[in-house]
Ligand binder design. Sequence first.
Ligand SMILES: C[S@@+](CC[C@H](N)C(=O)[O-])C[C@H]1O[C@@H](n2cnc3c(N)ncnc32)[C@H](O)[C@@H]1O
Length: 280
Amino acid sequence: MNLISKSEIAKFYKGKMLSKLYWIYYLKYPNYWPEIYRIIKRQIHNSNHKNYQKNVSDTEVMRKSALSWCKENAISNIQAISLLFGSDSRILDPRAVYPEIFNAAEQRVNECPIKMGGQANLELIFTVCKLGGIKNALETGVAYGWSTLVILLALNNVEGSCLHSVDLPYMKRRSENYVGIVIPDGLLGKWTLHKGADKDIIPKIYKRYGPFSFIHYDSDKTYAGRLWAYKKLWPLLERGGFFVSDDISDNTAFFEFSQDIQKFPIVVFNNNKYQGIIIK
Ligand SMILES: C[S@@+](CC[C@H](N)C(=O)[O-])C[C@H]1O[C@@H](n2cnc3c(N)ncnc32)[C@H](O)[C@@H]1O
């Protein structure tokens, strides 16, 4: 029988402990301190095995119910665009319009040493921003910056337009130096990146900028995080504006939020995931 040595066990626990202390690196950035406090609180709460198990099973039940709601209601990008802008409208593919920008962007991602979250529904975002005549946009969740890139491309020739983005880096991976790397220098003029967690940044944006005609949500994917942010973002959207959220089948937050505000959302299925759109 192969017995595990005491030193191996100690190494295992040391590794586990250290992996929980990833936030120490960010103590030098004051704008991340409130999030670090929340991480520590969460770690203490989850260190109780029962709390952790309950969280996991609640999440699984919600995910199944959200997924079946999405499956029942989903339509394609093309159908969504014709619902929103009329049957003559066509979905626009930003890759086909700007192939060189996308090739350069892909090269930057391939050379990036840190792996980050995947792309949102770029065709949908680009088309809504273009056909919706968007001027003032807000998004949460940047990572490499694909959604940022297509919003900025759509706003490029629109006078007085701008995009505000909120992003908290992947703390465990130390991604902060690579956030938004796909965005070429020529598009940076209309872009403001607010570094920090939704919970700390959105209330400040609320006071200083807006209203927005387009809001894209793609950051904190937890049920509580989404519900909190959806409710804070909604008043920032102007009447007739577009509210788009990615990955809505993760849990029931988007479904519950749309019921709360008494709006029937458009559910889109694209690239094996679901997005929700609500018009205010
Ligand atoms: C899925 S990625 C965004 C992808 C991006 N929209 C795109 O299309 O390329 C999610 C991003 O949100 C950030 N994030 C996660 N939780 C956050 C929070 N509470 N506040 C702000 N950003 C958060 C992640 O670190 C990551 O950069």
